[in-house]
Design a binder for this molecule. Structure first.
Ligand code: MN
Length: 341
């Protein structure tokens, strides 16, 4: 537990105690830390007597998450959809707790969505290079390996009872963001938290199995397509896989079946490929780019991604590049080279 969290916990708890109706969300391209943290927070807030609405966000939600406890309570709306309800007077919130995200682009990629001034914001996040919302309260601690681990410490300091639903969702978030307890940032405190959570929800492995083994044949076919496109740059230190809309249509496949981050993580397994990138053109001229590195001391991907308009962590980051597909690779190579220089 960091000193920062010990100092911040009572202040953040006061903000929550003073709120009645609270909005939660999942970030675009939701990962288990986003969804698990949001569900755990929802159950904790409901235990405190709050009215809570958790929206799906931009979606769609991965099939493999459907076994998370409370998944069926996620409201099938994005931020602009729920704000329409607010403006129409059929819904109201006094607080928006923004988890695992600290900028508008990590909440919604729908352009020109603005929050009404009546809804206060509270950011709780662990991403580098994100500082929160100028007018809200921001608790960003990048020393945490997962938002779910940060929530575990906050819940402990707030004396929240760890119900099975809270424990299962926090476990999933910590498990996924640490790569199954393998990444830097995993320490004895993370294992202590996991042990406590597993004590409360011993069947955690069932949810993990269903989450990790939920592929469709189309997703596997995409893997083949993407691995076939790999090119290396920068004396073999940078490897890029890139799939265009044209390639999808030739292969009679759909970009919806493509996970850029999954392929990037696979590429990272190759010795010598220090920075790896997977690009997926999702709409004409819009390419989703996922970065991974096996050498986070030499490369800070949060900075490389930021130079392309994205963000993330040192070892894993992402960006959306709006440019003709033929220019995307050059932009990435230039960004990586510029960082080295
Ligand atoms: Mn996270």
């Amino acid at each position: 537990m960091t000193e920062k969290i010990k100092i911040e916990a009572p202040k953040v708890f006061d903000i929550i105690k003073n709120a009645e109706r609270i909005l939660l969300h999942c970030h675009p391209g939701p990962d288990p830390d986003s969804v698990g943290s949001a569900l755990a927070m929802k159950f904790a807030l409901e235990g405190l007597g709050k009215k809570v609405v958790l929206i799906r966000g931009d979606g769609p939600m991965p099939e493999g998450f459907s076994h998370f406890l409370g998944f069926e309570t996620i409201v099938n709306k994005d931020l602009s959809g729920i704000l329409q309800d607010v403006r129409a007077g059929v819904e109201s919130f006094d607080l928006f707790i923004i988890l695992d995200s600290a900028s508008m682009i990590r909440i919604t990629q729908v352009p020109n969505v603005t929050l009404p001034a009546t809804i206060k914001t509270l950011v709780i996040d662990h991403h580098q290079g994100e500082s929160g919302f100028p007018l809200g309260y921001n608790l960003v601690d990048t020393s945490y390996p997962a938002t779910a681990m940060l929530l575990y410490d906050l819940f402990t300091l707030w004396n929240i009872t760890l119900t099975p639903s809270i424990a299962a969702n926090l476990f999933i978030g910590i498990y996924a963001d640490t790569g199954g307890f393998r990444y830097a940032g995993v320490n004895s405190e993370v294992f202590s938290a996991a042990a406590k959570l597993a004590e409360v929800y011993p069947q955690f492995h069932e949810i993990i199995f269903k989450m990790d083994n939920n592929k469709t044949p189309a997703e596997l076919a995409f893997e083949g397509l993407a691995l076939d496109t790999i090119e290396t740059f920068n004396d073999g230190h940078l490897a890029i896989a890139a799939v265009s809309l044209e390639m999808f249509s030739k292969a009679k496949m759909n970009p919806d079946d493509a996970s850029a981050s999954y392929i990037a993580t696979k590429l990272r397994s190759v010795k010598g490929w220090d920075v790896v990138v997977c690009c997926v053109e999702t709409e004409l001229g819009v390419t989703k780019v996922s970065f991974r590195t096996r050498d986070a001391d030499a490369y800070d991907l949060s900075k490389i991604a930021a130079s392309l308009g994205g963000g993330g962590h040192r070892a894993a980051a992402a960006a959306i590049i709006k440019a003709p597909f033929s220019e995307v690779k050059k932009r990435i190579v230039d960004a990586v080279m510029a960082y080295k220089a």
